[in-house]
Design a protein around this ligand. Sequence first.
Ligand SMILES: Nc1nc2c(c(=O)[nH]1)N(C=O)[C@@H](CNc1ccc(C(=O)N[C@@H](CCC(=O)O)C(=O)O)cc1)CN2
Ligand SMILES: Nc1ncnc2c1ncn2[C@@H]1O[C@H](COP(=O)(O)OP(=O)(O)OP(=O)(O)O)[C@@H](O)[C@H]1O
Length: 195
Amino acid sequence: MAASKPASADKPYLRDFFIEQRKALCEDMERKNALDLEIQTRLLITPEYRAADTILLYMARPTEIATSLIIHAAFANHKKVALPVCREQGHMIFRRIDSLNDVAPGRFGILEPTAQCEEITPDEHTLCVCPALCCDMRGYRLGFGGGYYDRYLADFPGVKAALCYADSMIPKIGEEPFDIKMDVILTDSFTRYMK
Ligand SMILES: Nc1nc2c(c(=O)[nH]1)N(C=O)[C@@H](CNc1ccc(C(=O)N[C@@H](CCC(=O)O)C(=O)O)cc1)CN2
Ligand SMILES: Nc1ncnc2c1ncn2[C@@H]1O[C@H](COP(=O)(O)OP(=O)(O)OP(=O)(O)O)[C@@H](O)[C@H]1O
């Protein structure tokens, strides 16, 4: 029998648990595609998406929640679209892309904007859409453990959103001082705003 979902636990345990959950979901791509579509659509109908002029997205790997619908919608809505570029020591920057022809495999094999792409300086009209393996009901997120988003978001002036399966929401992640709370979490069954 599969282990039941933890109510709260340390990050390495949660990471392992939710990575396994992701792998299991990838066995049923029809279901994954339906959930990913629902989550992306929820983001697209938020006032925060509408108000943003720049959307910072991630280039989803196969086990992650897809972002392709948001990327294409943002192009169609004449918003600036930017993707992360990993740097040394857990730092990343975002560079603007005009199309998916502007990306090439970077560190870790994830597609990243090429060096010719303009670096984005975020402001209050920037929406950052973060990947999450799991989130808690207070707005904390768990990623793959590099600390990239926590570092980037530490002095981020815009709106912070995470995409997360409803099944990957837990009551409490044991947060650490550097963890940054999201403003809004989009799942396949609800949108949760943090105050
Ligand atoms: N699609 C996507 N892009 C993203 C992130 C993400 O979570 N998803 N990131 C969010 O942070 C940053 C990249 N973070 C990453 C963190 C760990 C690994 C990874 O595979 N780590 C290996 C060890 C790699 C090594 O040290 O050589 C591992 O954990 O096994 C990859 C990317 C920026 N871009
Ligand atoms: N603002 C920060 N300053 C310095 N170190 C940090 C900061 N944020 C995170 N870290 C470091 O990064 C490590 C990984 O953090 P954490 O486990 O929260 O990653 P994550 O949020 O799951 O990953 P990611 O943000 O890349 O998706 C931590 O152990 C911590 O040492």
